[in-house]
Design a binder for this molecule. Structure first.
Ligand code: PA5
Length: 461
């Protein structure tokens, strides 16, 4: 269950200069938003629209295959090593960090109920790749290489290093320790996986990386570490019905999208995501990619230059109260902050009454749970005093059902925001240029021309 409190973005609370008259705006945009929601739902099954992520709550076949695979390999591996980057890694990281017991990889096998540890290698830092290879026993490691395109340089270079090591250590058996998640038809990984005889899962057509967390991209690693993927899917199914509601007054994704969009128009071009829970920290990373890559666009659907998009910023409560809140309170009023608040934490931790000093004695007898939520409330109120807009999303508990609802709600919010901005939220032309330059620098055939241009430019910059 998600609850949205957006009063702190309202002009009646933070003043007209920085707040929105939400009632008026919801009414003004009611028809437009209803059309957007209707239209997204009408387009979702059309090939090429890249809206198949809206159907991932109904993909029973994939769920069945993923569960079958997880039960087949149960007990065989001590480690899952996920190779992927961007949309092929961030969702997995965000969900496992949120749902597995904290410090999962440090727990004993018994404490993990015999389930494997999980590592995400989502960068190409040589030290960390060597570091992970130093600690993992490859014989007891299942590698899930995830790349929709099948040729992403970062992921495929990791794969090449690890496959080579595995083959040397395991002989022909290494094939049983690799599972590929990739496109059904295209890409080099698809071909390789076929030749090598790896188990393959497919990223469905028309599901972009940053919207793929509930496809096999996320479901395979989730099932392997024992997360309840049925509950994840139930969470999506239930909230999907709510988010199909065309009445903005009943649809929190539409409300959040409109608030962000109108705040951006009011000069709040920074969107801060600040969960008050360490377990939800990587949800802010996942959101940052979703919001940035989907809405940061040069041209709109009419071909006009728009340079659209808010800059997402990741923050963590209460930690960043001691780092960023000074700026949020007193700095430029150019942000809208989304707090994620947890109703009930899994555990309770009481602060013992061991000191009577006035400065800390008051803490004794309270719980850390009370303290973190008191800090979330006081930060919200103090930002309100400074006329800074915020919204708060509360989840009653951190569990599969609620985390799926939260992430899916952000996906729908992003899609609706894309339509409000009138941009294509599902492409990413702006990342291609740097990719091409990298291919050129690394000597990929077909990029020789760009390599010459690039070398000249590098002398200047
Ligand atoms: O959201 C996206 O589409 C990107 O972030 C991709 O997920 C990322 O570039 C990785 O691509 P691929 O899965 O093709 O390796």
């Amino acid at each position: 269950m998600l609850k949205l409190n957006c009063k702190t973005a309202d002009s009646s609370v933070i003043g007209e200069e920085h707040g929105l008259n939400l009632e008026l705006e919801f009414n003004n945009y009611a028809e437009k938003v209803a059309d957007i929601i209707k239209n997204l739902n009408q387009r979702k099954d059309k090939p090429g629209e890249r809206l198949q992520w809206m159907n991932l709550g109904y993909n029973e076949e994939t769920v069945w295959y993923v569960k079958e695979f997880a039960s087949l390999v149960e007990g065989r591996f001590d480690n899952i090593l996920v190779l992927g980057i961007g949309g092929s890694a961030l969702g997995g990281l965000a969900v496992t960090e949120a749902l597995l017991k904290p410090y999962w990889n440090f727990l004993t096998k018994e404490q993990r109920n015999n389930l494997p540890r999980i590592f995400f290698l989502d960068n190409i830092d040589p030290d960390s790749i060597n570091g992970i290879l130093d600690i993992l026993d490859l014989k007891k490691t299942l590698v899930n290489v995830i790349t929709k395109s099948g040729d992403t340089a970062e992921t495929m270079s990791q794969y090449m290093i690890i496959k080579d090591r595995m083959e040397k250590e395991l002989g022909d058996d290494y094939r049983k320790n690799i599972v590929a998640t990739t496109d059904k038809k295209m890409g080099i990984l698809r071909q390789l996986a076929d030749q090598e005889g790896y188990k393959i899962f497919y990223v469905p057509d028309d599901v972009g990386g940053r919207f793929s967390v509930f496809s096999s991209v996320g479901l395979v690693p989730f099932a392997l570490v024992g997360l309840d993927i049925d509950q994840l899917i139930n969470g999506i199914k239930d909230i999907d019905l709510e988010l199909k509601n065309t009445d903005i007054h009943q649809n929190i994704a539409a409300q959040c999208a409109l608030i962000q969009y109108l705040m951006d128009k009011k000069g709040k071009n920074i969107s801060v995501m600040m969960p008050y829970s360490s377990r939800l920290k990587y949800i802010a990373d996942w959101y940052a990619q979703l919001w940035a890559e989907s809405l940061g666009k040069g041209v709109n659907r009419n071909g006009e230059n728009v340079s659209a998009g808010q800059t997402p910023v990741k923050a963590l409560g209460a930690t960043d109260q001691h780092s960023q809140i000074q700026l949020y309170n007193e700095g430029p009023n150019d942000k809208i902050i989304t707090f994620i608040r947890v109703g009930d934490f899994d555990t309770t931790l009481e602060i013992p009454r061991i000191f009577e000093y006035t400065g800390i004695g008051y803490l004794g007898g309270k719980t850390i749970n009370d303290l973190i939520n008191a800090e979330a409330d006081s930060t919200r109120v103090s930002l309100t005093d400074y006329h800074k807009p915020t919204i708060t999303i509360t989840i009653d508990k951190i569990n599969e059902y609620n985390i799926a609802q939260l992430l899916y709600m952000f996906e729908v919010e992003t899609a609706i925001a894309g339509e409000l901005y009138n941009v294509n939220a599902f492409d990413q032309p702006g990342v291609e240029q740097a990719k091409d330059y990298t291919y050129a620098l690394m000597g990929r055939a077909g990029y020789e021309g760009s390599a010459d241009t690039l070398r000249q430019k590098m002398e200047i910059v």
